[in-house]
Design a protein around this ligand. Sequence first.
Ligand SMILES: [Zn+2]
Length: 435
Amino acid sequence: MRVGVVAVLFLGFASFAGCTWSKPKPARRILVLALDGGTWDLLDGYMQRGLLPNLAKLRKGGVWGPLKSIKPSSSPVIWTTVATGKTPEKHGITFFVRFPTGNTGQPVPVSRTLRRCKAIWNILGDRDKDVAIDGWLITWPAEEVYGRMITDRAHYGNVEKESFPPGYMTELQPVPIEKVLKVMPSFMSEDFDFGHMDRNSKDPEERLNFLVYDRFVRAYARDEFYLEAAERMLDDGPLPDATFVYLRGTDDVQHGFWKFMEPDKFKGVTEEEARRFGKVIERYWQWTDQAVGKIFSHFDKDTLIVVLSDHGGGPAVGKYKIITKEYLQLSGSHRNTGILIINGPGVKVGKEIDFASVYDITPTLLAYVGLPVAEDMDGRILKEAFVPGIANGSAGTIATYETGKPKPIEAAQPDKPSAVDKKVLEGLRSLGYIN
Ligand SMILES: [Zn+2]
């Protein structure tokens, strides 16, 4: 402590004396913004056309590039890898669902209790860094953190253990469908009839209505919920040291509406349909850009901002075609490369980096705040993104941040699906991920 005080006094004196030499310093705060399914194949063009001013500005002033993903291309698995720096085998979230033994083969969606190691917010919190986690996948049931957490099931409304501290922001209710219907005209020209939707109908209009409900209405309502939560979190007292916000809607609309954007790559898309739904993806990204701009506005320049996605996206054609009954309606699928942007104090400016992976985020953030990287993590520090003296690994390594034994896999959560589990399963079914 005493050394710290002396250092601060010295730096204060140096700047007072007009000394121009300044050692680069990491930012006081970190913001990690997780945008599911982002791909440069789309975002490059959108940025060049000026559609995403906030993300484009961030990219221009920082480091950016592709982010290599892992298999399986399953968002719960990958986002947990991002937050732990570890392989799925190590962190314990290996799929969307698990099939508990002795449960007659019924799937149960994975949840946080299956995670067998610390997430970066645990590591930072253990060192008294105030953390805020909002909507990040596989955080339910809420765990005790040094700060606050809104889990990925909070948007269903009145879910047990939806947040930490207990009761935190439980007054925030699910976004009503009327609110979504109101904004719908700015995304598509659709006479949406909520009363007539059926995924398996012979009537194409009823099938389209289902698609709009499933891929747009739900996605927008979810994102809007966590954006409102983010606003409240960031308005609530001093800004957290590390904030983690996850938005999923970009991936949802890419799964649902790709064929209308590129009708030539698919059979049977009418001109009329392409006209009605062809801009949904583009406009969703524009809307997301505005929303993230609002989040950025809470933070000053002394913030490291990391924007990333778990995997990319593209048309579900050729080898990317997915053949399940549920997928008939859908037309976008994953790609193995997502996006990465890093911007902030100590970050190089206007540089493209090529070899980052989802494993590298946690080690890089640890190094950035001056903590050692653990040897049981599977990523590396993205040193190429920073100026000399920042995130250079000078804190060295430690064997592990884990304390105690990892939990046995099967004992981690109850085997019977709950009511909310069923809603989660319904969402997974509509993506064709499970039967
Ligand atoms: Zn997806």
